[in-house]
Design a protein around this ligand. Structure first.
Ligand code: FAD
Ligand code: NAI
Length: 477
C-alpha cells in the first residue's frame, strides 16, 4: 500500500474526527486525518470548534471571569480582603489562546504517537470508490489526493446567523468573536438564551457588562427539567443577567460602533435596544461545505445534516459520519463516543453509543447538568415515576465552600425504582453528573445510590440524599 492509500480516512479533526482516527489506529488500521483549521500563524490547529472556538476557550474564559467574581464578591465572606483588584482582558485572552494551543499541539502529538498521518487542508470526495477506496482530494496548505477504503466524515457545524444580519465578528458576533472581545462592552446584547448565550453572557457580565438576553421561546431552557430550569433562571437573573423570553427579533442593524436590535417583547410591544456588541447564539448548522457530497451522492437531509442510521452509517458503503454533522445533540463527548464506536464497527466490533445516558452541562455558575429524562418528558410519555430533590443548602461541604445554591433531583421508575433521569443545578454539577451517568448505564435503582457510601463532607452526598429523597428518606433535610 502506498503512502497515499489508507484503510481509514477521517475528514475533520474535531473531537469526533481526531478521536475516531486515534481509535482506528489503535485497532491496527493505517489512518489519515485531514483538517483545514489554521491558527493565526497559518499552522495546523486540529481540535475543531471544540478546541479552537468552543468548549476549551469558553471554559478558559469562564474560569478567569469566575476567579475575578470570587475575588470581587466571594472572598470577603472568607475573611480575605482584596484591595485594588483589577483585571486584564488582554492577559485573559492570551491565557485562553495558550490553553487552546496546548490542546492543538496535544492532538498533533497524539497523531504522531498513534501513527495517524495528518494532512492540513480541506478534504473533499473526488469521485466514486475504486479498488483502493474513495479518492479524497486535499486542497489548501497541502494539495494531493489520497484514498481511503473507509471514510469517516466529521466536519462539524457552523454558527447560524440571523437572516439579514451576517456575522462581522466586530459588532455582530458568533462564538468566534464572542471569545475574542478585547474590551469589556458596557452594553452587551445576546440573542438566544441557549448554552452559548448563557455561558458567554456570564463571562462578560462577570467582567462588568450589562447583559441583555433576548430569547424567542416563552420557556427558559425548554429542554432542561422544568424545576431545575426555573431555579437556574432565578439564580442567573439574581446575578444580573437580564433574561427576556418570547422576544421576536424584527431587525438587527449594525452601525459604526454599535448594533440596534428591534423586537417585540412578551407583551407584543415593539422595543428597540442598542448594544456595543451583539452575540447571536441561536443554534448551529451542520457543515458539509466543500465536502463534495454531491460528487458521490452522499445523502444530506433538509437541515443540511448527513443522513445516518443509529450506527452512523451513511447511504454509501464504507462511508460513516459522526458528531455535529449528523443528528443528535451537538456535544463534544457525543462526537467522541460516535468516533470510537465507528472505528470499532469498522474493525468488526460492536461499538457502543447510548443516547439515553448522554450527559449535558451548561457551565454557568452554578452549573446545570443533566442525564436521562426530564420530569416533563416522563409526564408526556405517561411513565409513572417518583421524584426526589435535595438542596445544596443542606449539604455541609457546600456550606463550607460558601456555594449553597441549587439542588440535585432524581427521577426513578415508580415500580422498579430504576433511575430515569438526574438533574442538577449547583456547584460542580459537571463532575457530580458522572455518578448518575454510571448508575444509569448500569441500570441502577435510586436505592442503589442511596445505599452506597459517599465521602463526607462532599458535594456528592447531595446526590445520595436526592436518591434517598425519592422514597422520602432524606437524612439531612
Ligand atoms: P468540530 O469540532 O466542528 O470539528 C470539525 C472539524 O472539521 C473542524 O476542525 C473543521 O475545520 C474541519 N473541517 C470541516 N470540513 C472540512 C473539510 N472538508 N476538510 C477538512 N477539514 C474540515 N460541547 C461540549 O460537549 N461541551 C462544551 O462545553 C461545549 N462548549 C461549546 C462552546 C461553544 C462556544 C461552542 C460553539 C460549542 C461548544 N460545544 C461544547 C459543542 C462542541 O464544540 C461540538 O459539539 C463539537 O466540537 C463537535 O465536534 P465535531 O468533531 O463533530 O466537529
Ligand atoms: P442552543 O440551541 O443551545 O440555543 C439557541 C437558543 O436560541 C434557543 O433557546 C432558541 O430558542 C433560541 N433562538 C433560536 N432562534 C432565535 C431567534 N430568532 N430569536 C431569539 N432566540 C432564538 O444553541 P447555541 O447556544 O447557539 O449553541 C449551539 C450548540 O453548541 C448547542 O447545540 C450546544 O449543544 C453546543 N454547546 C454546548 C455547550 C456545552 O455543552 N456546555 C456550550 C456551548 C455550546
Amino acid at each position: 500500500m502506498s503512502n497515499k492509500q489508507f484503510d481509514v480516512v477521517v475528514i475533520g479533526a474535531g473531537p469526533g474526527g481526531y478521536i475516531a482516527a486515534i481509535r482506528a489506529a489503535q485497532l491496527g488500521f493505517s489512518v489519515a486525518c485531514i483538517d483545514e483549521w489554521s491558527n493565526e500563524a497559518g499552522k495546523p490547529a486540529p481540535g475543531g470548534t471544540c478546541t479552537n472556538v468552543g468548549c476549551i476557550p469558553s471554559k478558559a474564559l469562564l474560569q478567569s471571569s469566575e476567579h475575578f467574581e470570587h475575588a470581587s464578591h466571594g472572598f470577603k465572606e472568607h475573611g480575605i480582603n482584596v484591595e485594588g483588584l483589577s483585571f486584564d482582558v488582554a492577559q485573559m485572552l492570551k491565557r485562553k489562546n495558550t490553553v487552546v494551543k496546548q490542546n492543538n499541539d496535544g492532538i498533533l502529538f497524539l497523531f504522531k504517537k498513534n501513527k495517524v498521518t495528518f494532512f492540513h487542508g480541506r478534504g473533499a470526495f473526488a469521485g466514486a470508490a475504486g479498488a483502493e477506496g474513495y479518492p479524497i482530494a486535499i486542497s489548501g496548505p497541502t494539495t494531493e489526493t489520497i484514498t481511503g477504503k473507509q471514510i469517516i466524515v466529521a466536519t462539524g457545524s457552523n454558527p447560524r446567523a440571523l437572516p439579514g444580519a451576517p456575522f462581522d465578528e466586530k459588532l455582530i458576533l458568533s462564538n468566534t468573536g464572542a471569545l475574542a472581545i478585547e474590551e469589556v462592552p458596557a452594553n452587551l446584547g445576546v440573542i438566544g438564551a441557549g448554552v452559548i448565550g448563557l455561558e458567554l453572557g456570564s463571562v462578560w457580565r462577570r467582567l462588568g457588562s450589562k447583559v441583555t438576553v433576548l430569547e424567542g421561546l416563552p420557556t427558559f431552557l425548554g429542554a432542561v427539567d422544568e424545576q431545575i430550569a426555573k431555579e437556574a433562571q432565578k439564580l442567573l437573573t439574581k446575578q444580573g443577567l437580564s433574561i427576556n423570553l418570547s422576544c421576536k427579533i424584527t431587525k438587527v442593524e449594525a452601525g459604526k460602533n454599535n448594533v440596534t436590535v428591534e423586537y417585540t417583547d412578551a407583551k407584543g410591544e415593539a422595543q428597540k435596544a442598542t448594544f456595543d456588541k451583539l452575540i447571536v447564539s441561536i443554534g448551529r448548522t451542520a457543515n458539509t461545505i466543500g465536502l463534495g457530497a454531491d460528487k458521490v451522492g452522499l445523502a444530506v437531509d433538509e437541515r443540511g445534516m448527513i443522513t445516518v442510521d443509529h450506527d452512523c452509517k451513511t447511504n454509501l458503503p464504507n462511508v460513516w459520519a459522526i458528531g455535529d454533522v449528523v443528528r443528535g445533540p451537538m456535544l463534544a463527548h457525543k462526537a467522541e463516543e460516535e468516533g470510537v464506536a465507528v472505528a470499532e464497527r469498522i474493525a468488526g466490533q460492536h461499538g457502543h453509543t447510548n443516547f439515553n445516558t448522554l450527559p449535558s452541562v451548561i457551565y454557568t455558575h452554578p452549573e446545570i447538568a443533566s442525564v436521562g429524562k426530564t420530569e416533563q418528558q416522563l409526564k408526556a410519555e405517561g411513565v409513572a415515576y417518583k421524584a426526589g430533590t435535595f438542596p445544596f443548602l443542606a449539604n455541609g461541604r457546600a456550606r463550607a465552600l460558601g456555594d449553597t445554591n441549587g439542588m440535585v433531583k432524581f427521577l426513578a421508575d415508580a415500580t422498579t425504582d430504576e433511575i430515569l433521569g438526574v438533574h442538577i443545578v449547583g456547584p460542580m454539577a459537571s463532575e457530580l453528573i458522572s455518578e448518575a451517568v454510571v448508575a444509569m448505564e448500569f441500570k441502577a435503582s435510586a436505592e442503589d445510590i442511596a445505599r452506597i457510601c459517599h465521602a463526607h463532607p462532599s458535594l456528592s452526598e447531595a446526590t445520595k440524599e436526592a436518591a434517598l429523597a425519592v422514597d422520602k428518606r432524606t437524612l439531612n433535610f
